[in-house]
Write a protein that binds this ligand. Structure first.
Ligand code: PEP
Length: 255
């Protein structure tokens, strides 16, 4: 049984005070939520204080990125040991914004995922095609390539710790969501790729969908057999909206 995992990616939003105000409003509204993992990825500057505020709750802390090395002359970077030190249980790697804006390669993303796993942090490993790739009929090839190159060094014994996030780039922050059927088709393909690499462990790996997930569309996405959660950007910045998403109730019941 795969426990659904709903994660907030706050990107470069929220000061420490704003992050703490979110937690104060959010925690009471999800205290009764069971059978679901809830994760928040604040910016690095708020990790420590948000981690403290989440202590003892049913919400876990994640980092938005990590460096592949553990220490050294890497100005501006943050290591897996530092993230572990402030209580991160998850780390996002390979987000399309980092691939596009910072030029991260599939191999670099893979190295980051491997480092996280070695240091007891579960990677949320992002993949997804651009609009050009989708329109050219290359979406499956591109996602397959990201998985092949990025997961090459992940040991099979640790595969179940992985979370994969399928985020079509054309759906991120655009208000345009993949249809539940299109998303399911890609998630099933991703699970097949994972099965070729990790055999039976693939059935335990959670695959999140990301790209303009909102309280009103999350139910239909989560109803798909291979969609095990969501990675949420914009709609996770508001505590009430993210609380509705983690419940993923049918739209008429979620108001
Ligand atoms: C994301 O950044 O991971 C994301 C899915 O953003 P949004 O929900 O805003 O599309």
């Amino acid at each position: 049984m795969r426990v659904p995992i709903l994660a907030a990616n706050w990107k470069m939003h929220k000061t420490v005070a704003e992050a703490l105000a979110f937690v104060e409003a959010f925690l009471p509204s999800v205290r009764d939520v069971e059978g679901v993992e809830i994760v928040i990825a604040p910016p690095f500057t708020a990790l420590d204080r948000v981690g403290e505020a989440l202590g003892g709750s049913n919400v876990e802390l994640a980092a938005q990125d990590v460096h592949a090395e553990l220490f050294g002359a890497f100005t501006g970077e943050v290591s897996a040991t530092m993230l572990s030190d402030v209580g991160c249980r998850y780390g996002i790697v390979g987000h399309s914004e980092r691939r596009t804006l910072c030029g991260e390669t599939d191999a670099e993303v893979g190295a980051k995922a491997t480092t996280l796993l070695r240091n007891g942090i579960r990677p949320i490993f992002c993949v997804g095609e651009s609009l050009d790739e989708r329109e050219a009929g290359r979406a499956f090839d591109r996602v397959g390539e990201q998985l092949d190159k990025g997961l090459a060094k992940i040991p099979s014994e640790q595969a179940e710790e992985l979370v994969v996030a399928y985020e079509p780039i054309w759906a991120i922050g655009t208000g345009r969501t993949a249809s539940p059927q299109d998303a399911q088709e890609m998630h099933a393909f991703i699970r097949d790729c994972l099965a070729r690499r990790f055999a039976s462990a693939a059935s335990s790996i959670r695959i999140q969908y990301g790209g303009s997930v909102k309280p009103d569309n999350v139910y239909a996405l989560m109803a798909q057999p291979d969609i095990d959660g969501a990675l949420v950007g914009g709609a996770s910045l508001d505590p009430e909206s993210f609380a509705r998403i983690v419940r993923f109730a049918p739209p008429e019941e979620s108001k």
